[in-house]
Design a protein around this ligand. Structure first.
Ligand SMILES: Cc1ncc(COP(=O)(O)O)c(C=O)c1O
Length: 415
């Protein structure tokens, strides 16, 4: 297989070999049910508790505050659901216009069932007006659910301050922290949130496992009702191998924190600075500073992101426009539109998200391919007055790029 140049770590990450090795015995020899009364089951239960302690350490939480889930979406849905069920007289939710679809769609679903939801707007750099957030809290607000770091732009919201506002107003706060492990230091004691959701596959454990932090003494109504697993907070036999994997991945995420904030940040900055400097008609989407160290979202004037992505794919490079969960949608990214970008600029925006496996050579390769691709596409775009420095329109005029619709069709066929 030819080499894959992976710049889509916010979509998912490789299962780390350490994680795979930790999981393997629980798929082969140690397959007992942790709820069984005999030793073969008890021993597995002990390992599940060890993994819980490791996951708790990532958050500086108490292991009893960790509920294993199947994914980030489940954690997010469960937190909001629990707040509404335990406060039946409160039927209002505050969230933002830039959340992941796991929150957006769940809130839209609630609206259809008669709940009120406030979707807070954001500024042009993706930041949130905290004064507005505070004003939007009403006597009937059951929960404020605000993501910590945006998956598309990397923009970070000040969750400590948001948690403090919610505490002072005695309203529950949930944060979707899915994009933070290994990138930001997480300490629930500083955050002031009642709930926090994570997803294992964003930090090198497999897809299909996540966790919900539930602060002690927070009333909780389970979303999955069944057995007594997870201290009665989530019915269903535990996904033991994946829980073990998540525990190991939590340890690795803590180890990766420094490298993400030094080497990976430097790689991301080199990539972004070079693109902005050498490719005309490009601009960054989202704040420069209050941002994850690995994420860069760049608008390319007069080109469709879908076409760029298709040509990048042809040379082995993986990147994305928007969230992987909305791929295939014809609408421009709701995050970028909420930041005030025109639909055209939003449709010309590409997200590059780096991870611990990326190297200098991979960034060099991307920086070699990207200007050629953008120039090629602009050559055939009648709207484009732009060229890339050092590239010739004439040289590429015979290789027209695809339209957005053609690009989507080709991508679907290739998938
Ligand atoms: C910010 C954010 N929240 C929630 C999710 C959903 O996580 P999962 O795919 O594990 O349900 C994602 C996944 O892309 C995400 O990036």
């Amino acid at each position: 297989m030819s080499k894959t140049y992976y710049f889509d770590a916010n979509a998912t990450t490789r299962v780390a070999s350490e994680v795979f090795e930790a999981m393997l015995p629980f798929l082969t020899e140690r397959w007992g049910n942790p709820s069984s009364a005999y030793t073969f089951g008890n021993q597995v239960a002990k390992q599940v508790e060890e993994a819980r302690a490791k996951a708790a350490a990532l958050l500086n939480a108490d292991p009893r505050e960790i509920v294993f889930t199947s994914c980030g979406t489940e954690g997010i849905n469960s937190a909001i659901h629990s707040a509404l069920m335990t406060n039946p007289d409160k039927r209002h939710v505050v969230t933002t216009a830039v959340e992941h679809s796991a929150t957006m769609k769940f809130c839209e679903h609630l609206q259809k069932r008669g709940y009120a939801v406030t979707f807070l707007p954001v500024e042009s750099d993706g930041s949130l007006d905290l004064h507005l957030l505070e004003k939007s809290i009403r006597p009937d607000t059951a929960i404020v659910s605000v993501m910590w770091a945006n998956n598309e732009t990397g923009v970070i919201f000040p969750i400590e301050e948001i948690g403090a506002i919610c505490s002072s107003r005695e309203v529950l706060c949930h944060t979707d922290a899915v994009q933070t492990p290994g990138k930001l230091k997480i300490d629930v004691h500083n955050l002031g949130v009642g709930f926090l959701s994570l997803s294992g596959h964003k930090f090198h454990s497999p897809k299909g496992i996540g966790l919900l932090y539930v602060r002690r003494r927070t009333r909780f109504e389970p979303y999955l009702i069944g057995g007594h697993q997870e201290r009665d907070r989530r019915g269903g036999t535990e996904n033991v191998p994946y829980i073990i994997g998540l525990g190991r991945a939590a340890e690795l995420a803590m180890e990766h924190l420094d490298e993400e904030n030094t080497r990976i940040r430097a790689l991301r900055d080199r990539l972004e600075d070079t693109v902005l400097k050498t490719i005309p008609g490009t601009s960054r989407n989202g704040a420069k500073e209050a941002r994850l160290p690995n994420t860069s979202n760049i608008a390319f004037d007069s080109v469709e992101a879908e076409a760029i992505l298709m040509l990048l794919d042809q040379v082995g490079i993986c990147a994305s426009s928007g969230s992987a969960c909305t791929t295939g949608s014809l609408d421009p990214s709701h995050v970028l539109v909420a930041m005030g970008l025109s639909p055209d600029r939003a449709r010309g925006s590409v997200r590059f998200s780096l991870g611990i496996d990326n190297t200098d050579e991979e960034v060099d390769y991307l920086l070699k391919q990207l200007p050629l691709i953008v120039a090629k596409l602009r050559t055939v775009s009648p709207a484009s007055p732009l060229e890339v420095k050092g590239t010739s329109r004439r040289a590429t005029a015979s290789t027209p790029g695809p339209t957005r619709h053609e690009a989507r069709k080709l991508r679907r066929e290739a998938a």
